[in-house]
Design a binder for this molecule. Structure first.
Ligand code: SF4
Length: 458
C-alpha cells in the first residue's frame, strides 16, 4: 500500500545490480591467448583493452598481453579503419607474432567497422607480412557475455584456419570451454592417460601459467599451434565441452568439413567426467587404463566417506552457464540440494538443462539466466541456504549473511590462488571441490565454537 493505494511492484527488467558476467572481449582475449604465438588485438579504445587485460590478470596472476587500436574522438566519427591499419603494421614490426586475433569492442561495433575488409586492405598494402595470420571475431558487449566472446573467438579459429586436406588424421579435437589453464592441463593429462591423440583448442596452459625462469617470454611455448588448428578439419571428431563456450566452434567444423560434433558438458564431477572419458574413448578407439579407473574409485571413496556432511545441504550457486550446469550435476551426485541457481549469461539452454537436472531431486529450485547477484541475495535472505558457491564477488553476500559458508568457484577469483594450480575438472578436480566444500562448513564450525575439536569421521 502506498498512500492508501495499492502500488503494483513490477519485476526488475532492464537494470542489473552486480551482474554475474563481464563483457565479450574478455572471453575473446582469453581464447586468443590459447593460440601459440598470438597477439590479441582489441579494436577499440585503450580503456576497454586495459580493463580486459587487468580483468584476466587479476584472476590469473600472470601478465596478459594485448594491443589496442587506441580509438580517439576522431575514430568515433570517422571509423577505426586507419587505426587498425596502423596497429597491424606496428604489431608485426614491433612484437612479431605469428598471428593477430582481432576482437571488437562496443564502440567499434556501434560504428560498424568491417574488420575483414580493413584487414584485407592492410594485407594488400603490405602491413601484414607474408606467412602471418590475422583472424577476427565480432564481440559486441551489449549482447552476450565473456562466454559469448570466448565462443566467438574459438569459432573464428575454425572459420579462418581450419582446413580439410582429405587425408584423415588420427586425432580428436577437444574444445575445453572457458576454463582455467590448469583445467586445460588436466584435460590433456586425462587424454594422455588414455593414450588418445587430441588437439585441444584453445589451450592457455603454458601460456598463462608459465614457470618462473627469470626471463620474460612474450610468446611462451604453450598454446595450440596454427598447424594444429589447420588440422582440425581432418580430425575424427570434435568433443565440445560446454553448450555455451564450445558448441559453436564444434558445429562450425561439422558444417564446413563434416567433422562430427559431440557437444557434452564440462567434466566437473563424476558423471560429467565419465561422459568425457567415454566420448574420448569411443572416438579415439582406446581403452580406459587402470590409472583412470583408480582415480575415479578414489573420488567415489571420498564421496562415500564425506557424504554424511553434505547430505541435504541447501546450496545457492552463481556462475558461468557451462560451469554451473556441471556443478549442479555434481552437487546432486553428492546428495546436496541446489535450491537457487543463476547465471549472468543468457541462453534458454541454461534454464532448461538445470531444471531438467533438478526436477526430481529439487523441484522447488529457482533457476534463472541473465540474473544478477543482487537478486540471488534477495532469494537467500528470504529462504536461507547452507552454502554459497560463486566467484569472488559473491563473498560479500556470504559476509552479509552471517558468514555463510562460501566456496569460490569459476571466474573471476581475485582473492585466492588455488584455481591457478589445482583443476576443478576431472576426477581430481571433483576431489578438490569436495575438499573446498567440506572446509567451508568446518571453518564456519571452528569459528562458531573455537573451544571444541571437530574431527571428520567416516
Ligand atoms: S562493455 Fe564495451 S565499452 Fe565497456 S569495457 Fe567492455 S567492450 Fe569496452
Amino acid at each position: 500500500m502506498l498512500n492508501g493505494t495499492t502500488a503494483e511492484i513490477k519485476p526488475r527488467e532492464a537494470l542489473r545490480i552486480n551482474p554475474a558476467k563481464t563483457c565479450q572481449p574478455v572471453g575473446a582475449m582469453y581464447a586468443s591467448l590459447g593460440i601459440h604465438g598470438c597477439m590479441p588485438h582489441s579494436h577499440g579504445s585503450q580503456g576497454c583493452c586495459a580493463y580486459h587485460r587487468s580483468a584476466l590478470t587479476r584472476h590469473l596472476k600472470e601478465p596478459v598481453i594485448s594491443t589496442t587500436s587506441s580509438f580517439t574522438e576522431g575514430s568515433s566519427v570517422f571509423g577505426g579503419s586507419a587505426n587498425l591499419n596502423q596497429a597491424l603494421q606496428n604489431i608485426f614490426t614491433i612484437y612479431n607474432p605469428d598471428i593477430v586475433a582481432v576482437h571488437t569492442t562496443c564502440l567499434s561495433e556501434v560504428i560498424g567497422d568491417d574488420i575483414p575488409s580493413i584487414v584485407k586492405n592492410a594485407r594488400e598494402a603490405g602491413k601484414v607480412p607474408e606467412g602471418k595470420y590475422v583472424i577476427h571475431a565480432n564481440t559486441p558487449s551489449f549482447v552476450g557475455s565473456h562466454i559469448t566472446g570466448f565462443a566467438n573467438m574459438t569459432k573464428a579459429m575454425v572459420t579462418y584456419l581450419a582446413e580439410k586436406t582429405g587425408e584423415a588424421k588420427d586425432q580428436v579435437n577437444v574444445i575445453p570451454g572457458f576454463v582455467d589453464p590448469t583445467d586445460m592441463r588436466e584435460i590433456k593429462r586425462l587424454a594422455g592417460e588414455l593414450k588418445a591423440n587430441i588437439v585441444l583448442f584453445p589451450d592457455t596452459s603454458d601460456v598463462l601459467d608459465t614457470p618462473q625462469t627469470g626471463v620474460y617470454e612474450m610468446y611462451p611455448k604453450g598454446g595450440t599451434t596454427i598447424e594444429q588448428l589447420k588440422s582440425t578439419g581432418d580430425s575424427i571428431a570434435t568433443i565440445a565441452l560446454g553448450h555455451f563456450a564450445s558448441r559453436p566452434a564444434a558445429e562450425s567444423l561439422e558444417e564446413k568439413f563434416g567433422v562430427p560434433a559431440s557437444v557434452g558438458e564440462l567434466p566437473i564431477g563424476v558423471t560429467a567426467t565419465d561422459d568425457f572419458i567415454d566420448a574420448l574413448r569411443n572416438y579415439a578407439r582406446v581403452e580406459v587404463p587402470a590409472s583412470i579407473v583408480q582415480e575415479r574409485g578414489r573420488l567415489l571413496d571420498l564421496i562415500s566417506d564425506m557424504g554424511q556432511y553434505l547430505y541435504g545441504k541447501r546450496v545457492a550457486i552463481a556462475g558461468d552457464p557451462d560451469h554451473v550446469i556441471s556443478l549442479v550435476r555434481f552437487l546432486l551426485e553428492l546428495n546436496m540440494k541446489p535450491v537457487f541457481v543463476i547465471s549472468g549469461s543468457m541462453g534458454n539452454h541454461f534454464e532448461n538443462r538445470v531444471k531438467e537436472l533438478l526436477k526430481d531431486a529439487v523441484p522447488e529450485a529457482k533457476v534463472k539466466q541473465n540474473a544478477d547477484l543482487f537478486e540471488l541475495h534477495q532469494w537467500i535472505k528470504n529462504e536461507p541456504v547452507d552454502l554459497l558457491i560463486g566467484n569472488t564477488h559473491a563473498k560479500f553476500m556470504a559476509r552479509a549473511e552471517n558468514d555463510l559458508p562460501f566456496v569460490r568457484f569459476g571466474w573471476p577469483i581475485t582473492d585466492r590462488m588455488a584455481h591457478r594450480v589445482f583443476p576443478t575438472v576431472g576426477y581430481r578436480g571433483a576431489s578438490r571441490l569436495i575438499n573446498d566444500i567440506i572446509n567451508a562448513f568446518l571453518d564456519k564450525k571452528d569459528r562458531e565454537c573455537p573451544e571444541e575439536t571437530f574431527e571428520l569421521v567416516q
